[in-house]
Write a protein that binds this ligand. Structure first.
Ligand code: 6PG
Length: 240
């Protein structure tokens, strides 16, 4: 696992954008395509906007295949949709071919949407292992990642797949790649910045508590090359 600490949000985003393009170009050079599972929430929006604005000619975007590590159980036109966020920040500005974008079908019931998304991923990888070239992840202030939330049954999945998650406190469903599927990735990058995440980062990196409390610990450094991108606030806490 590689821990990269930067002084501010812009440095974190610039570093991860350059890393994204490096990993993508390596995959395209090796096998003619690059598969990535995008993270949602607010942190990655600026990353996607930076990629669209500064890296349009640095990568053969027509060889990139976009998936989602998780999705909210809302229409693809809803303001909370991770797909809509990525569409506005990245896909539309770069005129990405819709055939290269694999959103979760949230018109289905959560369990059905999860099962169908798992089929979509299995079809993409054909008979090969379900190994994305890169999985981007965020970190919630309660140490969740993707939609692997504390004390939810999905934390106990043992086979790579996609599950539905019910969040009782919010009374909403999410659809998420589970930890075994994320851990199949060739590389995993966490994008974390902001003082509000410092405690979560500390728990995930420093505590060896029950994963029920800190689900991001499920993501195994030994499998992928995990790179933590976070600002100095989080790092400052780690030094205490
Ligand atoms: C989502 C994400 C989730 C996110 C974290 C951090 O759909 O919300 O996939 O795991 O990465 O909650 O979100 P912020 O970047 O908005 O803090």
């Amino acid at each position: 696992m590689e821990l990269n600490i930067f002084n501010n949000e812009n440095e974190v985003l610039a570093a991860l954008a350059a890393h994204f393009v490096k990993v993508a170009n390596e995959a395209i050079a090796a096998k003619g395509k690059f598969s990535v599972a995008l993270s949602g929430g607010s942190s990655p929006k600026k990353l996607y906007e930076l990629l669209a604005s500064d890296y349009e000619d640095k990568l053969e975007w027509d060889k990139v295949y976009f998936f989602f590590g998780d999705e909210r159980n809302v229409p693809q036109t809803d303001k909370d949709s991770n797909y809509l966020m990525a569409k506005n920040a990245l896909f539309a500005p770069l005129l990405i071919d819709p055939d290269h974008i694999f959103p979760v079908d949230t018109s289905l019931e959560p369990k059905e949407a999860a099962a169908k998304y798992q089929e979509v991923i299995e079809d993409f990888f054909d008979e090969d292992e379900l190994s994305f070239d890169l999985v981007l992840l965020g970190l919630g202030d309660n140490s969740h990642t993707a939609s692997l939330f504390p004390f939810t049954p999905v934390l106990h999945d043992r086979l790579p797949g996609v599950s539905e998650v019910f969040l009782p406190d919010q009374n909403v469903y999410r659809i998420t790649m589970n930890a075994p599927l994320i851990n199949e990735a060739k590389q995993i990058a966490f994008l974390v910045y902001g003082e509000g995440k410092a405690v979560a980062v500390h728990h995930v990196l420093e505590d060896d508590e029950d994963i029920e409390e800190y689900p991001a610990q499920l993501i195994e450094p030994i499998v992928g090359e995990i790179e933590w991108f976070m600002d100095i606030a989080a790092a400052a806490l780690l030094e205490n």
